[in-house]
Design a protein around this ligand. Structure first.
Ligand code: SF4
Ligand code: SF4
Length: 271
């Protein structure tokens, strides 16, 4: 019998995990609110991810889990093509000057006479069973995501496909466009993007699990002076309205980018 050197194997796996974590951490920080996120219940999480210096520590194994989502997507699209036509992969939707964005997995033709926006997910056993019981409504952020894609694409149907990570079973649901829900999500996105002070936290929807802003969230004091409440602060949306082409908010005192979640000693309260 050949002895297996587990410690050496663990060391090699650890090196791979470290490399995956470093690759994930090196990805540029997103400056927009994602349509895949806007349905999260905690508005504070979304705001902090946009405006605060949220640490980007990524565990190597989790980075591999996220990557697996891309390979599942490619395989499901390949299998869908055995039956239907699929185009428009990674079609981009954008609003508010590119500050609210999303990319659908494709557009499927032939399911009915109408084209369907495609969204593919993978799920562990527990989540897969939940989708069987509750459908897409069981995950608010997925339901919001497909409503945004339908709203911005002008297509009124979506195909939601979930692959089981355990046995490659498929859960498939057709979703109808809900204009009221779409308008409410669009309004929510705008209110988060333009909030000068931290919006309320909400711990009820499970967003705290894996929240990258958890460490900062505890330190948020309501009403504490911050750039967003300073007379010297000019938000990006106001700069755009004046035709100034700049990425991000501005501190006119320092003539430098400012983060509305930051602050300095020279904070001057808004009149
Ligand atoms: S830790 Fe929870 S309450 Fe705090 S920002 Fe994250 S999701 Fe919101
Ligand atoms: S850096 Fe200071 S002066 Fe500038 S906007 Fe922030 S609090 Fe105001």
């Amino acid at each position: 019998m050949v002895a297996v050197n587990l410690s050496e194997g663990d060391r090699i796996a650890g090196g791979i995990f470290d490399a995956c974590a470093a690759r994930a951490e090196a990805e540029p920080r997103r400056r927009y609110l994602g349509m895949s996120q806007v349905g999260r219940q905690c508005a504070l999480r979304l705001w902090l991810e946009l405006y605060a210096d949220v640490p980007r520590r990524v565990e190597g194994r989790m980075a591999r889990v996220f990557d697996m989502g891309h390979s599942v997507e490619a395989r499901v699209i390949g299998d869908l093509r055995l039956v239907y036509a699929v185009d428009g992969e990674q079609e981009e939707f954008s609003d508010f000057g590119g500050r609210f964005m999303g990319h659908c997995d494709g557009i499927v033709h032939g399911v009915t006479s109408r084209p369907h926006v495609l969204e593919v997910k993978s799920a562990n056993r527990t989540s897969f069973e939940m989708f069987r019981r509750k459908g897409i409504a069981g995950r608010a952020e997925y339901a919001a995501q497909v409503q945004c894609y339908m709203g911005y694409s002008g297509l009124e149907r979506a195909l939601f496909v979930v692959e089981s990570k355990d046995n490659q079973d498929l859960y498939v649901e057709r979703v109808r466009f809900d204009r009221k829900a779409f308008e409410a999500l669009r309004a929510r996105a705008w209110s988060i993007l333009t909030a000068r002070v931290p919006p309320p936290r909400d711990r009820s929807g499970g967003d705290c699990r894996f929240c990258p802003a958890a460490g900062l969230c505890e330190g948020i004091e309501e009403g504490a002076p911050a750039c967003g409440t300073c007379a010297r602060f000019v938000p990006e949306e106001a700069l755009r309205e004046r035709g100034v082409r700049i990425e991000g908010d501005l501190c006119v005192l320092r003539k430098a980018p400012a983060s509305r979640a930051g602050r300095c000693e020279e904070h001057e309260p808004l009149a």
